[in-house]
Design a protein around this ligand. Structure first.
Ligand SMILES: C[S@@+](CC[C@H](N)C(=O)[O-])C[C@H]1O[C@@H](n2cnc3c(N)ncnc32)[C@H](O)[C@@H]1O
Length: 535
């Protein structure tokens, strides 16, 4: 098979070499030819898009990005309660500074970026991107790439990122993420059943799902070269009986010692089964609901004879419920089995496969997101917040495979926080299990969302009191810091002093403590860090 691109490339390389020979003495031509060679050698698979400069890139040329604290928006609950942050402003600015304080420190990122529907959901350089904009995918990719590249650096070595998306940019996002996180770190693409409300919504199909792409920072454990187990839905210690049958294994003969099988069929002697997948090798006597002789069965088992014997020795017993002899195992006390999340996240409680978090909360649909938000901030201008239960479910999957636990003191970042659903999810998870998870939410103030929705919402969930003074709940004790993005002119005469005024924010963010609360917050330390943060 001819590699046509290579043939074309070789033809061009030939021409370039000829020109190089011909114009040996001309430095300018040599330079141009070298650049052309570089272009020709560039990778040939993946996405292509145009890069754009954003307002943040332009201002940064002669300004230094900083944060300024909005002290009146904060909540002080004391040093032993977790610290959470809302960073108001362009998330590129916030991510740029987070790289100074949180590189390699974020355990879980959840984001729900603008989907670029062409219907006023994606603002780029202060303009809504419409369906007619010929560069709409390019602009979205340029915008997302800048942010995701930093996000990747913020994750811990065992960290994961979840990204909500729909059909508009799913394919582009997948390729973009493959190039940023590495194809080898792709965990899966979840499909979340977002509604069960069937009106005539679209021509040709009804859209009832959205996707959640999930990548790890480093999916492969370099110590043992195995895949890390980073998402576990539940750890079951009390188990329902589970089938021993596994269709992909080879058929074999297995022996179950006298007395270890419990029967839900009549006492008697059985010589054959009614299920062709199980063959009785010799007759078995069932007396008082137990096997009075060894049960010898031929079938495809997921356990070896050795595992069957070992498990039986630890107290696992086996059950046969019908004359088909489909043998099942009931694990001994203390044996834990992990359940993985399913790729399809069903939300209809009538569906036996409906998704529930390990705290027993059913994953909800889009409409619930809006209702939840309305309960806190009233009828809001913000449409389509995600349901808290979806974000809780995703965050609660995160598993510490080294210590075999669901860690509950993780740091969670959402840099397209919108109404702050991820913040509420973190707070509620802390309430469920007494955890000390921390969140960092970044949102701009588009349509006054941060001032009118995100901050009041988070303050209400923490204090239990709505902005109008009415009671919402008992509250969830936590500290809150609210910052807005700011700049200091790089050629200010008193640059050092100006930056010094913003160092407290960076220190608090890095250490998640309030000023004066720790010995590392003394003046000397601040000064030493000044250059590190703002260089
Ligand atoms: C799809 S919404 C996220 C909704 C959120 N998951 C929720 O449940 O409320 C995307 C949000 O990102 C915000 N956003 C868009 N571009 C941004 C930027 N450059 N910096 C910060 N926030 C941005 C928008 O204001 C919008 O609220």
């Amino acid at each position: 098979m001819d590699h046509l691109t290579k043939i074309k490339e070789n033809k061009f390389f030939g021409l370039i070499n000829e020109l190089k020979e011909k114009h040996k003495a001309d430095d300018e031509i040599q330079f141009v030819l070298r650049e052309m060679e570089k272009e020709l050698r560039a990778k040939k698979y993946g996405l292509v898009w145009e890069e754009y400069e954003e307002p943040f890139d332009i201002i940064r040329r002669d300004h230094i990005p900083v944060f300024t604290e909005d002290v009146s928006e904060g909540i002080n609950a004391g040093e032993n309660a977790p610290y959470h942050f809302i960073l108001k402003g362009d998330n590129l600015h916030s991510l740029y500074l987070l790289e100074k304080t949180h590189k390699g420190k974020i355990d879980v990122i959840y984001i729900d970026p603008p989907y670029n529907t062409g219907h006023e959901d994606f603002v780029y350089n202060d303009n809504y991107i419409s369906e007619e904009d010929a560069y709409r995918h390019s602009k979205w990719l340029s915008f997302m790439e800048k942010r995701l590249v930093i996000a990747q650096r913020l994750l811990t070595d065992d960290g994961v990122i979840f990204i909500s998306i729909d059909d508009n940019e799913q394919a582009n996002l997948k390729l973009l993420c493959d190039s940023i996180f590495g194809e080898e770190n792709f965990i899966t693409q979840f499909c979340w059943e977002k509604t069960q409300h069937f009106g005539r919504q679209k021509i040709n199909f009804y859209s009832n799902c959205e996707y959640v792409l999930c990548y790890a920072k480093n999916l492969c454990n370099t110590k043992n070269n195995k895949l890390k187990e980073l998402l576990v839905e539940k750890i079951k210690t009390k188990l329902d009986d589970a089938p021993l049958y596994n269709a992909i294994n080879k058929e074999n003969v297995f022996r179950f010692r006298k007395g270890i099988v419990r029967f839900h069929i009549k006492d008697g002697t059985y010589v054959q089964t009614t299920n062709p997948s199980y063959e009785l090798i010799k007759p078995v006597i069932v007396r008082k609901g137990r096997n009075a002789s060894d049960l010898v069965l031929k079938f495809r088992s997921r356990w070896s004879q050795q595992t069957i014997d070992e498990e039986a020795g630890k107290g696992t017993y086996f059950v046969v419920k019908s004359e088909g002899f489909a043998v099942r195992a009931v694990y001994h006390k203390g044996k834990a089995a992990k359940e993985s999340p399913k790729q399809l996240i069903f939300t209809n409680a009538k569906n036996p496969l409906c998704a529930y978090s390990r705290f027993g909360t059913k994953v909800g649909v889009n409409e619930e997101g809006r209702r939840e938000l309305e309960k806190i901030v009233g009828k809001s201008k913000f449409s389509y917040p995600k349901p808290v239960s979806l974000v809780k479910y995703l965050i609660s999957l995160y598993y510490d495979y080294n210590n075999r636990i669901h860690k509950n003191d993780i740091t969670v970042l959402d840099f397209f926080a919108g109404s702050g659903t991820a913040g509420q999810a973190v707070l509620e998870l802390n309430r469920e299990d007494g955890g000390k998870r921390r969140f960092i939410l970044c949102t701009n103030n588009e349509g006054n969302i941060c001032d009118d929705v995100t901050c009041p919402r988070i303050r209400t969930v923490i204090t239990g009191i709505r902005a109008d003074g009415s009671r919402y709940s008992d509250g969830i004790r936590s500290n809150l810091k609210v910052y807005h993005t700011d700049f200091v002119s790089a050629d200010s005469h008193s640059l050092h002093d100006e930056l010094h005024r913003h160092i407290r924010e960076m220190m608090q963010l890095e250490h998640s403590i309030s000023s004066g609360g720790s010995k590392c917050m003394d003046e000397q330390d601040w000064l030493q860090r000044l250059n590190g943060y703002y260089k």
